[in-house]
Design a protein around this ligand. Structure first.
Ligand SMILES: [Mg+2]
Length: 255
């Protein structure tokens, strides 16, 4: 699909459009230290401007809400959906998933155990309602990290999800980028844009497939690159090379 055709529904019906994007690898380059990830220059401003024009603009990420709020502080019109929608901020209001609170203690226990008993080289990032076990700095321990995650998930009731050079542990709540997107899409009623770079974004692409089957204009955008999953890039309507390419595309939505 050429870019002008892909963006046309958003230019013609901005007030009913939804523009949603992942954060890591999509708005920000992937970095060795996840805490130091930051969006490409200009992206927060472009999303803010889009939020004034489109029906809804949202960042939907596996990161905690507090992390995303660094670039979209209170007063921002950009909706934030952290931990795959378990904690959100919309129109200035904090909205947590009703089933999420009871899992905080389990997550804290498993995170503490991961630090104590996890394989050497595994980095533990506790996010309050989920845990990411990273092996980017030590790819040789990938199998050991995955085995540790599976072993911890079963007795605690948590679920494993694969991600780039990491494994995530989540509460068994059926909330993902797809369910978030469907809710938002239902509210705005018009064209839906989603941009992502990883397997965690596949449920969002699947949600867009279903919306498209119902006749809704949708645009699936994938960030290409050596770590980009084929399942995502093959299904994309548009590919961008990196987060800078995503910044350009989001800027074109404003034109
Ligand atoms: Mg990502």
């Amino acid at each position: 699909m050429d870019r002008a055709t892909a963006l046309a529904p958003f230019h013609s019906s901005p007030a009913t459009a939804l523009v949603a994007v992942d954060f890591d690898g999509t708005l920000s380059p992937i970095v060795d230290d996840p805490a130091s990830a930051r969006p490409v220059d200009g992206i927060p401003e472009v999303l803010e401007e889009l939020a004034g024009r489109m029906g809804e603009v949202a960042v939907v990420s596996g990161r905690p809400l507090a992390f995303l709020e660094q670039w979209f502080p209170h007063g921002s019109r950009v909706g934030l959906y952290g931990l795959y929608g378990l904690e959100a901020r919309r129109r200035g209001e904090r909205v947590d998933h009703p089933s999420s609170g009871v899992w905080r203690e389990t997550i804290a226990d498993v995170a503490a155990r991961a630090v104590r008993t996890g394989p050497e080289g595994m980095e533990v990032e506790s996010k309050g309602l989920s845990i990411t076990l990273h092996y980017r700095q030590h790819p040789e321990v990938a199998d050991a990290v995955e085995a540790w995650a599976r072993g911890a998930a079963a007795p605690s009731g948590l679920r494993c999800r694969p991600a780039k050079m990491s494994v995530e542990l989540h509460p068994p709540i059926d909330e993902d980028k797809g369910t978030v997107l469907v809710r938002l899409a239902d509210e705005v009623g018009g064209p839906v844009f989603f941009g992502g770079d990883d397997v965690g974004d596949l449920p969002a692409f699947e949600a867009l497939d279903r919306l498209a089957a119902d006749g809704r204009p949708v645009l699936r955008v994938a960030v290409d690159g050596p770590e980009a999953p084929l399942a995502l890039t093959e299904r994309a309507d548009l590919l961008v090379d990196d987060p800078h390419g995503m910044a350009d595309l989001l800027g074109d939505l404003l034109d």
